[in-house]
Design a protein around this ligand. Structure first.
Ligand SMILES: Cc1cc2nc3c(=O)[nH]c(=O)nc-3n(C[C@H](O)[C@H](O)[C@H](O)COP(=O)(O)O)c2cc1C
Length: 252
């Protein structure tokens, strides 16, 4: 198997880190590889904020719902959708930018996420571990304040990076047939759904989780505990306000 495929197949999220720093040349190599990602029109409408300072990591940890790996890992990377730099360049060159709308936010968010994933793969190929942090999009307003992000910049994901201090098993995935469609989308029958989720639902750890959470099944853990409607609605409002405040909602 070639090394790239092997790195991808062996991916697992790391949540325990050694205190060892990442040598500057390794970090730069990983960031440099990440930056080679495809971006829309090669505009590179993203920015990456590197945090190593212990006190600042402590603050970010609080904003990331106190997930301890933020303090533990030596490097925290915040990936931002960023039209600020591009807008400035356009204005300085007598080109009126038209990037204050939702499409432009989505474009920049795609660029930022592709770079983030490239950085993660590069990091893993160098023996580093990574963990994405979901709260970034729930706490975007607070992170904007923390990082002094100007208009045109919105954080879209965060990744912690460091040397692994655990060796977790690979986490399951839905079967290939459950996620890949040939030529056109084949909607799922009731039987398809039962089959696709069968393996996941029968894992020992799933049974333990159901008991712990006092619910009937795994789907209820997602719908009623982990990603519940009231939170989704609340954080949608926060994010829409952020997009407006950061100048991405002039859609008329
Ligand atoms: C956008 C995104 C946000 C995530 N947020 C968190 C998080 O806040 N905390 C965490 O421990 N893992 C987080 N993860 C990791 C996922 O839980 C993990 O990728 C998933 O359970 C599959 O496990 P694996 O990466 O080990 O294969 C996130 C992953 C993604 C892609």
């Amino acid at each position: 198997m070639n090394e790239t495929i092997e790195t991808l197949i062996k991916h697992r999220t790391i949540r325990q880190y050694k205190s060892d720093d990442i040598p500057e040349n390794i970090l730069n190599k990983v960031l440099g590889a990440g930056i080679r990602a495809s971006t829309t029109g090669n505009m590179q409408v993203y920015s990456i904020i590197v945090t190593k300072d212990k006190e600042r990591k402590k603050e970010i940890c609080k904003l990331q719902f106190n997930q301890k790996m933020v303090e533990q890992a030596p490097v925290v990377l915040t990936f931002c959708a960023d039209f600020n730099r591009f807008n400035k360049w356009c204005k300085q060159r007598n080109a009126e930018p038209g990037y204050d709308n939702f499409l432009s936010f989505f474009t920049a968010a795609i660029d930022a996420l592709l770079v983030a994933q490239n950085v993660c793969v590069a990091a893993e190929s160098e023996g580093l571990g990574i963990c994405y942090l979901g709260p970034t999009i729930y706490q975007a307003d607070k992170l904007i304040e923390f990082f002094n992000l100007p208009k045109g910049v919105v954080p879209v994901t965060t990744v912690v990076l460091g040397y692994p201090d655990e060796n977790p098993d690979l986490v399951d995935r839905l079967p290939f047939k459950g996620v890949v469609h040939n030529e056109e989308y084949k909607d799922y029958s009731k039987e398809d759904i039962d089959k696709i989720y069968e393996y996941k639902e029968n894992l020992e750890q799933t049974k333990d989780l159901i008991e712990e959470n006092e619910v009937d099944n795994l789907a209820q853990i997602f719908a009623y505990k982990r990603y519940k409607k009231e939170d989704n609605v609340h954080f949608s409002k926060v994010l829409l306000k952020v997009l407006k405040d950061q100048g991405f909602m002039n859609n008329e």
